[in-house]
Write a protein that binds this ligand. Sequence first.
Ligand code: CA
Length: 663
Amino acid sequence: MNDLNFQNIKNVSNDPVKLSAIYHSPDFEKNYYYPEELGAIYSPDATTFRVWAPLADFVSLCLYEQGSGGKLLQKQALHPADHGVWERTITGDLDGVYYTYEISNFGVSTETADPYAKAAGVNGRRSMVVDLSKTNPPRWENDTFQRPEHPTDAIVWEIHVGDFSNDPSCGVRKEWRGKYLAFTEPNTTLPDGRTPTCVNYLKKLGVTHVQLMPVYDYGSIDETQAGKAFNWGYDPLNYNVPEGSYSTDPFHGQARILELKKMVAALHQAGIGVVMDVVYNHTFEGPGSWFHRTVPYYYHRTTSEGKFADGSACGNEVASERCMCRKYIIDSVRYWAKEYHIDGFRFDLMGLIDVETMNRIRAELDKLPDGRKILLYGEPWYASTPAMPAGNFPADKEHLSLLNPRIGVFCDNTRDAIKGDVFFRHKKGFVQENLKFENDVKASLQGWTRNDFAKPLAMAPTQIVSYVSAHDNLTLWDKLIASTKRGRIYTAYDEEMVRLNKLCAVLYLMAQGMPFLQAGEEFARTKRGMDNSYRASAARNRLDWKRTLEFSDLLDYYRGLIEIRFAFPMLRDSSVHTAGKMKFVDSVPGTVAFTLRDGKELLFVCVNVLSEPAEIQLDSDLPKDWIIIADGSKAGIVPFGKLHGNKFLLSRKSALILKAEVV
Ligand code: CA
């Protein structure tokens, strides 16, 4: 087993335990790491098919006329080349030709799509050769987006492509509803003709980026029946191909590419960046995956008993630490950034990916033009990964100090401190008067970078994604209802709930870090109490755009807070400097108040979660003339009132944000 050359690796048995030992050996990396491009490498004169299959006895290429069914055009053997690669060049213009590989490993032959495919037929079972230059929308070469300087200058709004426009009253033409192209429909409104919806709405919200829930090709929806079923799509089938069910034509591989690019261009034109939700931690199937069919057990971790490890709870986990798997993930992320002009990546269950891979992704993105401003963050949840070999570290919350400071994590401490535990619907957070979270709320405001109130988590605010709701768990509105009105489902306007919602918004939008919100949180989105709607109906999931009218005061409040965040750079500091300057004011339990000074500018932010008014007294050496920029009902940089003195009465369950000039 010490002499791992290309000849004898084929003599090993199909034993996952033995294979795993080989795959982890430095000799394997030395002999089989292949640094060049893989896949169907297209030119108008010829296409080179190149696949990495070091264990294979033979590999054949099958060319098809169609993405499913239809006739086999030809079948050609690939030739073994160096480092476990097989390849063959076919002359002629193959743009739009579908293909698969027939690969024999351990004497058993299987047909597989190309893991490196850039295009695919309906349902992704056949790959497609594509001339990408023909998939660009008009003026694609001029497509630009002014990426914010630092992650802390971004505000990310998370949306599912279908949810964005599945509401029949959203103003998007029927055939584009639920599709990529809905984002390209200009000037959409509610039936009243006045109230903006969709991208027209986003232009005025103030968020800098949308985060798209999976748009790579996933396996759970039958694309021939698109629109009949709903899924979030956390089941990757083809990592480098767009999902077909969001396309108006899933049968022709070019359409989904063109339409996704049109969507990106339309968002960029509206001044909004695009973050992709990527799921490199597991695949749709383990044994059935293209990965496993091509190189058995290579791309997935296995247990000491030889079973697929399952840290994802989705049946398998990807072995990111292995050299060709790491290369795969890095190549894939770079491809989306370059080919689709993607401005950020949100890593699903990043805790299953190793630190080294995440840091290398950051370094590779940094090399792209304007690449340092590409956002990179993920879920740092602890996932038991006994199958990750020693010497590697999971990119989870415990290992933040090993990650590049420009890799962020969703901060569940902030989320749960503000509005309560996500796993128990009745549990309350600080805004529902659970005062035990007061110190955690203060630490959240400091971006978890200091040890004044709690154990610090991050090296800089750029590592902290501050949020209170995302696609998982109850919507913020449903959580507030569930934790205060036990057992009731309540979707109509409720003054008390709106108060609590506004307090949540103040606490994370005024915090150091990168704010993030689930689409519609700002207009009281509800899924009628459902905490996991990943395959519920489209109707349950979709944004109900009429709520922007019904909850217009809440929506205006969010807009105002976002304005305030952008008007005061100290709220967006990418360094730990500002967190150290926040002066917390002594006040009664149930209130949190701090002042923050930058040059002549002084901000005072305070919240009172109590059911009665509370008095806050500031130091006597502070200015006495204050301008109100937010109170319990309104927020915004256009001042709407003044206060004099250093003692303020805060109404029940409300916030107050003031500014003053230091002379
Ligand atoms: Ca699909």
